[in-house]
Design a protein around this ligand. Structure first.
Ligand code: COA
Length: 160
């Protein structure tokens, strides 16, 4: 049974992430979507619980997908879950340098392989930072996030 982990900060998850999740879930028997709790990235906008709910909502029909969260090294999580590989989406050449260095570091730490899926070109301009900014200024999110996530983002902003 082939198991893979798709890690990320998902702040919030985007249509770009969802595209990678759908395609990765077809390649493996089990796909863990792993929300990184403590990363070098500063101040998460959405809580881990909100991110988990968002990801569960959009993947509820995908029987081989499980949403989890972790802190610490991704290689330790991979070992704990006996995962065979890490999945990452690559949007553009500008992502490549960062992604290659993470993949090389992870392989040096534990021999785990990273599989890269090239993002859908129609979604390659999307980033979570961009979405947070558009949401903050009241713009439409239809193009960028799945509908249930848009509703949750709006709810989150109302509470603030
Ligand atoms: N797939 C992935 N990201 C996409 C995407 C797609 N198809 N389309 C757009 N993106 C965006 C994301 O929205 C995000 O945007 P943002 O920077 O505005 O938030 C950006 O691409 C990538 O973010 P993310 O997927 O969260 O990756 P990251 O570079 O922040 O790395 C981890 C996050 C969790 C993978 C990494 O930090 C990690 O493994 N941490 C655990 C600690 C560890 O083991 N560190 C050593 C690693 S060598």
């Amino acid at each position: 049974m082939k198991k893979a982990i798709f890690p990320g900060t998902f702040d919030p998850p985007t249509k770009g992430h969802f595209d990678i999740i759908k395609r990765a879930a077809k390649l493996v028997d089990k796909l863990y979507i792993a929300i990184a709790v403590n990363t070098a990235k500063k101040g998460s906008c959405f809580s881990t619980e909100e991110k988990q709910e968002m990801l569960q909502k959009i993947t509820k029909k995908m029987k081989n997908v499980e949403v989890i969260h972790f802190s610490g090294l991704i290689v330790d999580l991979a070992q704990k879950l006996s995962a065979d590989c890490i999945i990452r989406g690559v949007r553009a050449f500008s992502d490549a340098e960062h992604e290659f260095s993470m993949a090389l570091a992870n392989r040096a730490l534990s021999k785990i392989e990273t599989l890269f899926l090239v993002s859908d070109e129609k979604l390659s301009h999307i980033s979570s930072t961009l979405i947070r900014e558009i949401a903050y200024f009241g713009g439409s999110l239809e193009e960028f996030v799945p509908k249930p996530i848009e509703q949750m983002i709006r709810k989150h902003l109302k509470r603030k």
